[in-house]
Design a protein around this ligand. Sequence first.
Ligand code: TYD
Length: 223
Amino acid sequence: MRRGFFITFEGGEGAGKSTQIRLLAEHLRADGHEVIETREPGGSPGAEAVRHVILSGAAEPFGPTLEAILFAAARLDHLEQIIRPAIARGAVVLCDRFVDSSRVYQGVTGGIDNEFMTALERVTVAGTMPDLTLILDLEAEEGLRRATERRGEAVADRFEKEMLEIHRQRRDAFLDIAARDPERCVVVESSAPPDDVARQVSEAVRRVMEKRLVQENGKAEDV
Ligand code: TYD
């Protein structure tokens, strides 16, 4: 069976990841691919249970290290139960957030030690890195505006500056990941209309699929 593809979507809140995943899934299904749409934290029954613990805030009093381990525990289960079996049977897995979110939210703005994050990543991801990571990039001001609008909450002025600074740090951290790993990551400017963003996303996916074909043909010629 031909190996499938693992594609992750990353970026700050309000960057439009879920819309883009939906549009790409439609496009790929129309082309005859089996597509799995999933998300982190969550995606498998075990990981969804952990998601509930994390996002309800129940783990917050126990500190950022425990939270980082919970994100990793959810990821381990999600990889074992859903992602690896789907890739093995040839499906295209579209995942809303993955390990880059841990690197950014826990490792950079969460202040967790780099060595600890690297060790955690090694034992959970265990080599199953995405074939392609689409980083939906948005100016921090716009991301914050969309995120607060979506939550329907007003942000007190004294928090606004602090939140903007965190959004900036996260944006820079995602861009830094992309710059260090250009083979895997593609940055897509996501302030454009969703259809334009979707075209750039599809183009990046097409390139990755073509590259695989070329590699496979190369190998076939070698034998
Ligand atoms: P979610 O409601 O799925 O939001 P979003 O639309 O922004 O993806 O919440 C997921 C939250 O969890 C989000 O704030 C990012 C955070 N997160 C981490 O801190 N670390 C991680 O490893 C992952 C996967 C998510």
